[in-house]
Design a protein around this ligand. Structure first.
Ligand SMILES: Nc1ncnc2c1ncn2[C@@H]1O[C@H](COP(=O)(O)OP(=O)(O)OP(=O)(O)O)[C@@H](O)[C@H]1O
Length: 229
């Protein structure tokens, strides 16, 4: 469970007159559940790439707990991410030719932390996400099943933070609701801070706080918990 603090963040790309992301101040409490919303091109994926440590930070501070990501070299950022962030990307980033189980275990194997306990947990997670065939190759799976493999892989190391980019996109209503259930239940079980970029209004309503991005700036910040209280 990690809190996030962003200060004076600006992300620019060559050839663009204004930054695609500009956030002066944002604090996210440890263990909270955040919906990141906004139209196409508003900066959601850019923000996710920054807070997940996938992009280098040139201007500003992005601090998870005590760690300012701007202070880390690329290699140290990769190791920090592997240990602290469970990432579910839009296109899953699964490896074809490998089974569901091997996909879940691959990052842990690359980080040399795939102990017997971790392998046991991978089997348990396959069961939790409702996948009955650990040896099935991922390229033969439906999108909903691939999504569940990606989620199981993201939470294998009990990350303090789970970040998902459009996790219900292109799923039917029922599968989308099931993926929402899964993310919410694993985050609350592990006490992880949960950040989901989504256009899915049903999913937004299930989260505690909604951040709205427009033109790379936060133009709305609504606390559903306060509204409900
Ligand atoms: N590498 C890049 N070079 C130049 N411009 C970029 C780059 N990456 C993103 N952008 C621009 O930054 C803006 C924000 O893009 P981003 O992908 O973060 O939006 P988004 O809110 O995730 O959109 P969508 O919902 O369509 O995925 C867009 O105008 C995009 O064209």
């Amino acid at each position: 469970m990690l809190p996030l603090k962003i200060e004076s963040l600006a992300v620019s790309f060559p050839g663009l007159a204004t930054p695609v992301l500009a956030i002066d101040n944002l604090a996210i409490a440890a263990g909270s559940r955040i919906a990141l919303t906004g139209g196409s091109g508003s900066g959601k994926s850019t923000l996710i790439n920054i807070i997940a440590g996938l992009e280098r930070i040139r201007t500003g501070r992005v601090v998870w707990g005590e760690q300012n990501l701007a202070d880390l070299s690329e290699g140290r950022r990769d190791r920090w991410r592997a240990a602290n962030i469970g990432l579910v990307m839009q296109d899953f980033h699964l490896f074809p030719g490998l089974s569901a189980l091997d996909n879940i275990l691959l990052p842990a194997r690359l980080s040399r932390v795939a102990s017997a306990d971790v392998i046991k947990r991978a089997h348990m997670l396959l069961d939790t996400v409702g996948l009955k065939r650990p040896e099935q190759h991922v390229e033969t799976m439906s999108r909903g099943e691939m999504q569940r493999v990606a989620i199981a892989r993201a939470i294998l190391r009990r990350p303090g933070v789970i970040i998902a980019d459009e996790p219900t996109a292109s799923l039917d209503l029922e599968s989308g609701a099931a993926v929402g259930d899964l993310l919410l239940s694993v985050a609350s079980y592990a006490g992880s801070t949960l950040i989901i970029a989504t256009h899915d209004q049903r999913l937004v309503e299930r989260l505690d706080r909604r951040l709205l991005l427009k033109g790379g700036r936060i133009t709305g910040d609504t606390d559903h918990k306060e509204i409900a209280a």
